[in-house]
Design a protein around this ligand. Structure first.
Ligand code: HEM
Length: 420
């Protein structure tokens, strides 16, 4: 058996932070190996990229999640005690509840709320000369998410809560004040949602029984206990935060339509397959989550390489979405590539790979796709606006990445009949 190839830098955390999306892929190519070992945040970490590595990473008999995510991510983006750090039967029970609220009819209800928020926001944008699209979509989607989970309007101080929810994903991977704002926002939003859960349980806050707030409040875990208020708040944020974070993909949808005007024409034909291919390519092409982390459950060997027990493993989402062995000309934006079949489990992994119910794959993929399609249709057909001549390059050193300098829309106008 061979030892896993090593990246010989004594500590690679700074290199990861300065190029989070391409860190694993570039080193893997340099070392000519899909698997290599490095030091990140003072701990040995095995990094992996590609389809075969995906199948290994999502094998729950070899990898576990407990304690795998770095503390700075648990203190901001994820919180403590949530589904992301669970394994086995406990994970499956919690995940089943989240999947139940994020699929089926739930998606239709969410889309209806988002459609109403689009009309409210477009009316507002028309009165302004120009709008920053990312901030506009964060506002629209935070309001959508909070109404969808069942938070009454008078319990939601929109501007303050939106800032806090956005800070959770916008500042988690940052260094300095943005990161500290995310930590404070985590405490404040958990405190707020814990109190709502307490009142729903006590019967002093009315909430539709099918709304995620009520479902999470009454959920019984695999060990037969209900969630403590803090953990219930963490799981509610696991719904509210990522629905709001679809704002990042909304910006990429707009960026792609701007950079590829012929795609805009195709969307206007109202062909659902064309719309589907377009949003899949946006998810594949643009950077959002760079990587995910697990720990080995035991020592094992894979493709002749020795994996030790209890070592952190990081799987490269962005690099796998751009792996030339899976995707021809991966650096070209080409929705037509989705006319060809692909392995849904391990080829296209912007929201994780493997299975939804038994693994950690994102339960919000359907909601994400639906919100992205709604955005693409509205930008193609519902409103008109002007944008700068050239689409700005993407800032790859930012987490989450966004167009450098932001995306500004000017003279937003609803097309005839769209607002009614
Ligand atoms: C904004 C676009 C989104 C992106 C880029 C995204 C990405 C991801 C990624 C990379 C994972 C981790 C997969 C892994 O650990 O292997 C994940 C997990 C998760 N996502 Fe999403 N997601 C998005 C939207 C959503 C939405 C809309 C929801 C809920 C409505 C959601 C809820 C979750 C939850 C609860 C988990 C944890 C699942 C588990 O650990 O079993 N996400 N997501």
């Amino acid at each position: 058996m061979a030892e896993i190839p090593r990246d010989h830098s004594p500590e690679s955390t700074l290199a990861l932070l300065s190029d989070p999306y391409r860190f694993i892929g570039r080193r893997a190519r340099r070392l000519r190996s899909d698997v290599f070992s490095t030091r990140l945040m003072a701990r040995r970490t095995i990094c992996m990229t590609g389809r075969e590595a995906a199948a290994l990473f999502y094998d729950t008999s070899l990898m576990k999640r407990e304690g795998a995510m770095p503390l700075r991510i648990r203190k901001t983006l994820l919180g403590e005690g949530g589904v992301q750090g669970m394994d086995g039967a406990a994970h499956r029970a919690r995940k089943a509840m989240l999947l139940a609220v994020a699929t089926g009819d739930a998606t239709d209800g969410l889309l209806r709320i988002a459609a109403r928020q689009w009309r409210i926001h477009v009316r507002d944008w028309q009165a302004q000369g120009e709008i920053r699209f990312y901030a506009g979509m964060c506002s629209l989607l935070a309001r959508t998410a909070c109404e969808w989970v069942g938070i009454p309007a008078d319990e939601f101080e929109a501007s303050r809560r939106t800032r806090q929810i956005v800070a959770l994903f916008d500042g988690a991977g940052a260094v300095g004040p943005r990161h500290w704002k995310a930590r404070i926002s985590r405490r404040e939003t958990e405190h707020w949602l814990s109190s709502l859960v307490r009142r729903v349980r006590a019967g002093s806050l009315a909430c539709d029984a099918a709304a995620p707030l009520a479902v999470v409040a009454r959920h019984v875990d695999a060990d037969g206990t209900t969630l403590d208020e803090r953990t219930a708040a963490v799981e509610l944020l696991n719904l509210i935060r990522p629905v709001t974070a679809v704002a990042v993909y909304a910006v990429f949808v707009a960026h792609a339509l701007h950079a590829h005007p012929r795609e805009m024409e195709k969307l206007r034909t109202a062909d659902p397959a064309a719309l589907d291919r377009f949003v899949q390519e946006v998810r594949r092409f643009y950077p959002f989550f760079p990587a995910v982390a697990a720990r080995t459950c035991l020592a094992f060997s894979w493709q002749g390489l020795d994996f030790p027990a209890d070592v952190r493993v990081m799987f490269d989402l962005y690099g796998t979405n751009h792996d030339p062995r899976i995707w021809r000309t991966p650096w070209r934006f080409a929705p037509s590539r989705f006319e060809m079949p692909f392995d849904v489990r391990f080829d296209l992994v912007p929201q994780g790979g493997g299975e939804h119910a038994d693994g950690h794959r994102c339960p919000g993929e359907w909601i994400t796709l639906a919100l992205m399609k709604q955005t693409a249709q509205i930008l193609a057909d519902g409103i008109s606006c002007t944008v700068p001549e050239r689409a700005a390059p993407i800032a790859f050193d930012r987490l989450p990445a966004l167009p450098r300098g932001g995306l500004v829309l000017r003279d937003v106008r609803a097309r005839a009949g769209w607002l009614s």
